[in-house]
Design a protein around this ligand. Structure first.
Ligand SMILES: Nc1ncnc2c1ncn2[C@@H]1O[C@H](COP(=O)(O)OP(=O)(O)OP(=O)(O)O)[C@@H](O)[C@H]1O
Ligand code: SF4
Ligand SMILES: [Mg+2]
Length: 336
């Protein structure tokens, strides 16, 4: 991964566990590099869940992958990623590997991508402990504890099970146990419930929320589903076409969005706001990082767009205490 120099445009709070400041990710494309993450700024304080929301292709996964240090071949990064003050983008590959699993762990939409089909779940969950030289008895005890914590029933009887013997929901729980094995301080969860049916989805979300609270974990929850973020996240970061449209405390942002894109997302899910409102699907198609309209990237879909929006890109700025938005008319929207 090589470095791309870009100005860090926005200040970040310094007390974050993870501080993301002006993060840039360029991926190689057929006609040159494509900026799929563009000057993204937010922070994750300790023991806080931050939801990363946006439509498909908005750059959520690439942002999370940059944090864990697993970007596609040929990716170039810029800006800053600070972990307890340490500059991750300039850390050695060995240091990144050491942080992965121990301090920062990740769970994905598809547990089969993370689990080894040829090893028992218990063996995989215990791997990080064995590598740390923990005695056998202690490893077994801790694996049982972790499987139980992840809500796997009768964990002692499951010690010899392989991933294919588990249901989708149980595999997701096994992956959560695996992620917790290194006692991380930050858990990255990328669409952790998207592939599950609605009831299992709700159970896994409850589990993640209770683990986050009990263990005092920080969590970055990536989802395209506003309802998921509304239930779990203290803070929300809304992304559009690779950039942050808005961020702030979840309850405040969802109750009174400062960006028309957030408002459109909220209106597309009536249960987020009221029980009676009709859902209004988002109009138009999302801008892609490779094909950003000039000015504000959201202007072709924005009901509030004015002349200025077509030519002048709005910069993110503080629009109310603790609230950030990148819309020329955010203050107006907040007063409505
Ligand atoms: N391996 C890759 N090589 C090139 N471009 C990619 C690659 N993976 C993703 N992209 C592009 O990067 C952009 C951001 O993708 P990303 O996966 O971060 O989106 P996302 O917000 O996670 O979307 P989704 O909700 O569909 O998971 C998209 O435009 C996508 O087409
Ligand atoms: S800057 Fe203009 S087009 Fe963009 S979100 Fe705000 S009002 Fe809409
Ligand atoms: Mg994704």
């Amino acid at each position: 991964m090589s470095g791309v120099r870009t100005p860090v445009e926005a200040p970040v709070e310094v007390d974050g566990l993870l501080e993301v400041a002006g993060l840039v990710v360029d991926l190689p494309g057929a006609r040159g590099p494509v900026r799929v993450v563009d000057r993204v700024t937010f922070d994750i304080p300790p023991a806080t869940t931050v939801g990363l929301i946006g439509e498909s292709g908005s750059g959520k996964t690439m942002t999370a992958n940059a944090v864990i240090g697993l970007l596609p071949e040929g990716a170039a990064t810029g800006g800053e990623l600070r972990w307890r003050g340490e500059d991750l983008l300039r850390a050695s590959p060995a240091r990144r590997r050491r942080l992965r699993g121990h301090e920062i762990a990740m769970i994905f939409q598809d547990p089969l991508a993370a689990l080894n089909p040829t090893q028992t779940i218990a063996r995989q969950v215990g791997e990080i402990l064995r590598r740390a030289g923990r005695p056998r008895d202690e490893v077994r005890r801790r694996v049982l504890e972790l499987l139980e914590r992840a809500g796997i029933p009768e964990p002692a009887g499951r010690m010899r099970s392989y991933p294919h013997e588990f249901s989708g929901g149980m595999r997701q729980r096994a992956m959560i146990a695996l992620a917790l094995a290194g006692s991380p301080a930050l858990l990255l969860a990328d669409e952790p419930t998207t592939a599950l049916d609605v009831t299992v989805q709700a159970r896994i979300l409850r589990l993640l929320r209770s683990i986050q609270q009990d263990e005092g974990l920080a969590m970055l929850l990536v989802s395209h589903d506003l309802r998921v973020v509304a239930h779990v996240a203290h803070q929300v970061v809304v992304m559009y076409a690779g950039r942050v449209a808005e961020r702030g405390p979840t309850a405040a942002v969802l109750a009174r969005p400062a960006h028309p894109y957030t408002r459109a997302l909220v209106d597309s899910v009536p249960a987020v706001r009221t029980r009676t409102a009709l859902a209004h699907p988002l109009p138009g198609t999302p801008a892609t990082p490779a094909n950003r309209p000039p000015g504000c990237a959201f202007h072709p879909r924005c009901p509030l767009a004015r002349e200025r929006c077509r030519t002048e890109e709005p910069e993110p700025r503080t629009v109310a205490p603790g609230r950030w938005a990148a819309c020329h008319f955010a203050e107006e929207l907040l007063q409505r």
